[in-house]
Design a protein around this ligand. Sequence first.
Ligand code: HPA
Ligand code: ZN
Length: 343
Amino acid sequence: MNDQKQLANFVQHMPKVELHLHIEGTLEPEMLLTFAQRNDIALPYKDIESTRAAYQFNDLQSFLDVYYLGTLVLREERDFYELAQAYLQRCKRLGIMHTEIFFDPQTHLSHGVALEVVIGGIHSALKEAECEWGISSAMILCFERDRDAESTVSLLHEALRIGDIVGIGLDSAELGNPPRKFQEVFQRAKTLGLHRVAHAGEEGPPEYIWEALDVLDVERIDHGVRCLEDPRLVQRLLRERIPLTVCPFSNVELKVFPNLKSHNMGNLLDAGLQVTINSDDPAYFGGYLNENIISTVNCLERDFNDVVLLQKNAIEASFCSRDEKIGMLARLERYIASFKFVI
Ligand code: HPA
Ligand code: ZN
C-alpha cells in the first residue's frame, strides 16, 4: 500500500475532534431543496445540479450571500433537528468523537424563527447522538459581526435561558467589522463563565487577531491564518498557546489561498502553533473533516506525526473537561497502537 493510501486509511478511522463547524454550513443541496419545498420557500435553484453550480465563490462575502440564502429554508424545529442529525450521522461515519458546533441565531431571528426553535432542534439532535453513538458535542452561539451589536447581550441571556450554550463566537463578514464592536457581549460572556472564540485573520488583518485577544479575551482564534504576517503576534500565540481552528478547504474556496498547495498550514505547524484542521461549511466547500485532513496533509507532504499532532492539538483546544480530554487522548493512543502499518 502506498503512503498516501495508508495515511488516508489511518485518518478515516482515527477518533477525531472538530472545533470549527457552522451547522448551517452543512446544508447539502438535497436537504436545501427538500426543506424549501416543505416550507414553501422560493429559491433561485431548480435542481441539485444548479444548486451545486451556484457554489462558486470569489471571497468571503460572495460565499456569505449564498450561505444566508440557504438559511431561508430553515423554519421549523424539525428542520434544525434534521440538519444537525444529518451532520452527526456523518460524524459517526467519519469517526468524529467530539464536535463543537456554531450556529447563527441572528439570521434565523431575522427570518421570524424563534430562538427556541433553533436551539431546541439542534439540541435534540446533539443529545440523541450522545446517547446513541457516544458522540459528545457543544453549542457555540455566533454573533454576526456585520450586524449591530446593540441587542447581543439580551440575545445571549435569552439563549442561556433556553439551552445548553458553552460559549460565544463571532463570524460573518470580517473586513470593516473589527472585533471591538462586540466588546460588551464578550465581557458579559466571560462574567457568565462562558467560553469565547472569534473568527479573525481569515480575510482580515493580523490587527483583528490582536483585538480579538486583547479586547474580546478569546480563548481560540477561528482561522487566524494571516497571523504569520506579524512575527510579534506569532510570539504571543505561542507564548499563550492560543489554538487556531484552521479550515483549509474553506480558505481555498474563498480565495484566501489560490490552492491547497500554497496553504500556509505547514508553516503554521513548523512555527509550533497549536493548529487544528476543521471543515467550516463542508456542504459548500467540497469536503468534511476527513477530506480536509487527508488532502491537506498529502498536498503539503506532511506525515503521520503531523496528523497525530493536529488531533492532539484539537483535543487540548476543545472545551471539554480535563477528564474528558484524558479519555479522548487515551482513545487516540489506543487507536495509534492498534493501527496496522503496512511496510
Ligand atoms: N467565515 C465567516 N463567517 C462564516 C463562515 C466563515 O467561513 N461560515 C459561516 N459564517
Ligand atoms: Zn467559520
